[in-house]
Design a binder for this molecule. Structure first.
Ligand code: NAD
Length: 308
């Protein structure tokens, strides 16, 4: 956990935060930092993700104002959206929200390591890739850690912070200070595939899908058991739809790769839904259908949910 005598970097609201990826998590995390007064630079190679990013940040800001006790600050003019990773050269803190694929993360971390100052902390929103593995793609493993924001990031108060054996105490302190400035509390855990949350949750989602596939119960019934019997706010399959079934399958693949445990092999129903484009809430349909969203299935009465 040692770290050298370097000059203290500025984690103030004057220096930019970098976000890699403008998808579900990237836009949400960008909103959190912008609302707290930080200038934010978001990088995504997909023009559609960049084009929709500002409106998603604005709508999260409206939702945060409506749903949270604490007021969200103004975000206008605080976020820049670009395809160019080199735009993060001035960032003192970068949050990786790129897809949950090891080769993509490797490319991102190796490039960031070349272009960013030696002081810059690399935080990853990864759901499951061990932090030590991500750190090995850099020359600064002491400044690499996991900031596993929950979805939707602007509305969730707690972040699972994952540290590897190499992560320095100072990196953890800088990160917890930044998160506190966003109004987030942190739960610090050690390293391991899926950390705490997804090691457990992904297996639950996979088994819930297997139960539907076996015909024991439909998706609505599975979710009701968890809500009504265990008091969960949502069942595992609606949670999976919110996360995105593509991200679930990618995360199960990562867990399978790093644990060698066949229980993480995605159940065929999950794989089929992803292959058909029914990747959950963001596509309008997954285990459930969301009539108000963009949907590849015929429209249904507002508010109606259907289930596989
Ligand atoms: P997403 O598919 O919604 O978004 C990923 C974005 O990254 C896309 O816009 C894509 O164009 C972009 N991208 C692809 N290659 C890139 C590259 N080389 N550089 C920069 N951007 C690139 O995915 P997501 O759900 O936002 O997940 C992002 C990360 O957050 C993953 O590691 C995931 O496991 C993790 N995560 C997801 C959730 C969730 O509920 N969805 C929750 C916590 C953590």
């Amino acid at each position: 956990m040692g770290e050298s005598k370097d000059s203290r970097p500025s984690d103030t609201a004057a220096t930019p935060i970098g976000i890699v990826g403008a998808g579900t998590m990237g836009a949400g995390v960008a909103q959190c930092f912008a609302a707290a007064g930080h200038p934010v630079v978001v990088v995504d190679p997909d023009p559609a993700a960049r084009a929709s990013g500002p409106e998603r940040v604005r709508s999260w800001t409206r939702a945060a104002r409506l749903l949270r006790r604490r007021d969200a600050g103004p975000v206008e003019g605080r976020t820049v959206w670009t395809a160019d990773l080199a735009a993060l050269s001035d960032a003192h803190f970068v949050v990786d929200c790129a897809p949950e694929r090891v080769p993509v993360k490797e490319d991102v971390f190796r490039t960031l390591d070349r272009i960013c100052s030696a002081e810059t902390v690399f935080a990853s929103c990864t759901s499951a890739i061990p932090i030590g593995h991500l750190g090995s793609f850099t020359t600064r493993p002491e400044r690499v850690l996991g900031t596993h924001f929950m979805n939707p990031a602007p509305l969730k108060d707690t972040v699972e912070v994952a540290t590897s054996d190499a992560t320095s105490d100072r990196t953890v302190r800088r990160t917890l200070d930044l998160l506190a400035g966003l109004g987030k509390q942190a739960i610090v855990v050690g390293d391991g595939p899926g950390f705490v949350s997804n090691r457990v949750l992904m297996l639950t989602v996979n088994e819930a899908a297997a139960v539907v596939e076996a015909g024991t119960a439909d998706a609505a019934t599975v979710d009701r058991v968890f809500q009504d019997c265990f008091g969960h706010a949502t069942g595992p399959l609606r949670t999976a739809d919110l996360i995105g079934l593509d991200t679930i399958v990618d995360t199960l693949d990562v867990l399978g790769r790093f644990t060698g445990d066949p229980r993480f092999r995605p159940t065929p129903l999950l794989a089929r839904l992803v292959a058909e484009g029914h990747v959950g809430r963001k596509a309008g349909r997954g285990f459930h259908s969301y009539a108000s969203n963009r949907s590849p299935v015929p429209s249904r009465p507002a508010g109606a949910d259907t289930h596989v």
